[in-house]
Design a protein around this ligand. Structure first.
Ligand code: UDP
Ligand code: MG
Length: 316
């Protein structure tokens, strides 16, 4: 039995690039079907993430013209990770494998062939890994590298230079469904699901049209979610730091008492102020980090739905 492939593509305000990349995705389904690797029930599955432009209209008209195109529309913008999860969860009962990919053409679609080959060879997860980051700015490249290292040090397992371009089998998707968290960081969750995995490398190119929908603010918030959703080490670091500071101040207290008793105490105003400021800063920072975790718990306990679908295309 040939597997049914769904290419899951989240789109947010992508009217400029969709007309260019949609035919590429359809072409990939066509060539893989022709090569006899996937079934003719395979589809390109678009998720409209509450776009404010003509993205959903474009998806609907694509679906009307071509029955290999399907789409769902979310009731509002929920962000890339939620849109992707919506696509994966809605696809999982209709297919054997999904490949998630951005809709801007940055990820080389020819890597899908290799991914499908790896699946046929027995892998459940195939990560698309960037062979270079030439198309990114020096800042994005540098910060990303630092971030992957930091994540791994803090104990969240992520694949280096892998974003959200990957193949997942329906078996993995069914297990992923059991991960109920609302603070999503998919690339960390997939490594937790486990199963046999491998990676294929591809070259990442510049966006074909339109602008990045990941401004610095969204990038930072994803980065922060990645750390605080997967690691409690920051809290432990705070504890350890507090312990060390307490020890040092104990020594300081003894020292000041001894000097006072020896009648050698001087007007130590400067050192007093700097110690108070430093401790104040450390306390605020620590409270902030702890507050971040409590905030996350608050959001998780509400168990709100992670996405709401408002419309679907009719294609089966
Ligand atoms: N995206 C989305 N919802 C958002 C932001 C982005 O679905 O709120 C989609 C976007 O349409 C694209 C993918 O996520 O398909 C990656 O975004 P982008 O290419 O802008 O990010 P970058 O490559 O610059 O990191
Ligand atoms: Mg992009």
């Amino acid at each position: 039995m040939k597997p049914t492939l769904y290419i899951v593509v989240p789109c947010y305000n992508e009217e400029e690039v969709l007309p260019i990349t949609a035919p590429m995705f359809i072409g990939k389904i066509e060539s893989l079907t022709a090569a006899g690797k996937i079934s003719d029930k395979s589809r390109v599955f678009f998720v409209n993430d509450g776009s404010r432009d003509k993205t959903w209209d474009i998806i609907k008209s694509l679906a009307q013209k071509d029955n290999r195109v399907k789409g769902i529309s979310l009731s509002r913008n929920r962000g890339h990770q939620n849109a992707l999860l919506a696509g994966l969860m809605e696809a999982k009962d209709n297919c054997d494998i999904t490949v998630s990919i951005d809709c801007d053409g940055q990820d080389d679609i020819n890597a899908i062939d290799k991914m499908v080959d790896e699946y046929l060879a027995g892998c459940d997860v195939v990560y698309g890994v960037r062979s270079n980051r030439k198309s990114d700015t020096a800042f994005k490249r540098g910060s990303a590298q630092l971030y992957y290292k930091l994540l791994n040090v803090l104990g969240a397992e992520v694949v280096y230079n892998h974003a959200d371009y990957r193949l997942l089998s329906s078996r993995v998707l069914r297990e992923l469904e059991g991960f109920k968290e609302v603070n999503l960081f998919l690339r960390g969750m997939i490594t937790l699901v486990g199963f046999k995995s491998t990676s294929v490398s591809y070259e990442r190119t510049p966006r074909l049209a339109g602008e990045s929908k990941y401004p610095l603010k969204k990038m930072l918030s994803l980065a922060f979610d990645g750390i605080t959703s997967f690691s409690v080490k920051p809290i432990r670091i705070i504890t350890a730091f507090g312990f060390i500071v307490a020890l040092i101040s104990l020594v300081g207290i003894i020292w000041s008492v001894v000097t006072a008793l020896m009648g050698k105490s001087v007007a130590g105003w400067a050192s007093m102020v700097s110690i108070i400021c430093f401790l104040g800063g450390v306390q605020l920072l620590s409270l902030g980090i702890i507050g971040e975790y409590i905030g996350k718990m608050y959001l998780e306990t509400k168990q709100r739905p992670r996405y709401i679908i408002s419309e679907t295309t009719d294609n089966k």
